[in-house]
Ligand binder design. Structure first.
Ligand SMILES: [Fe+2]
Ligand SMILES: [Fe+2]
Length: 196
């Protein structure tokens, strides 16, 4: 798929009642940042995989919660009960299913990067890492000090940026009295151990 076609599909998905949702501009930011990290760290990931994973990472974000839940019930029957307490994760787990069914994305590495973009996980692939980090630090809509600081780290050391993103996420969840998903905690423990 060409970059132009991917962007058109995403723009259509994120246009609601004739208005382009800010999620579209965030997505553009994630594509740009992920491509930058691939270059800076010479990861040699195929450009098309990056554009697909970054472009479609939030593709399920604007679905109704009931639609997301429907996808989860059908596709993750064993995990769905545990997932009920984490609505912020639903769009990322529903994402690969929706991307596959509606847009025929079938690259497993791309689908995994979409699936884990919110939670992270231990021992991520480079593609998963750049999508996970770029989601937090892209330049177009992520303007908070902690994001800008993480952006500086990401340009020097990708694993440190993964660790900081997970740490910031966990801190935010604690501050807002939300539960921390097991995989996010496991990912943080893994990357923190790597740092030390
Ligand atoms: Fe997301
Ligand atoms: Fe996102």
């Amino acid at each position: 798929m060409t970059m132009k076609k991917i962007l058109n599909q995403i723009k259509m998905e994120f246009t609601v009642a004739g208005i382009v949702h800010p999620r579209y501009y965030h997505t553009i930011g994630v594509i740009e940042m992920a491509l930058t990290l691939n270059n800076v760290h010479q990861l040699h990931i195929e450009k098309e995989k990056i554009i697909l994973a970054a472009g479609f990472h939030d593709i399920a974000k604007l679905l109704d919660k009931s639609q997301m839940l429907d996808i989860l019930v059908k596709n993750y029957p064993n995990e769905v009960e545990n997932l009920l307490d984490y609505p912020q994760i639903w769009h990322s787990f529903a994402g690969p299913i929706y991307a596959k069914e509606k847009y025929y994305i079938d690259d497993e590495k791309v689908l995994q990067a979409i699936k884990y973009h919110t939670t992270g996980r231990p021992n991520m692939t480079n593609l998963e890492k750049i999508i996970f980090v770029s989601d937090y630090i892209e330049k177009i809509t992520r303007k908070e000090a902690s994001m800008i600081e993480t952006r500086k780290i990401a340009l020097k050391d990708l694993d440190s940026a993964v660790c900081k993103t997970l740490g910031d996420t966990i801190m935010y969840l604690k501050q807002t009295h939300k539960k921390i998903y097991d995989l996010t905690q496991a990912a943080y423990d893994y990357y923190l151990a790597k740092e030390n």
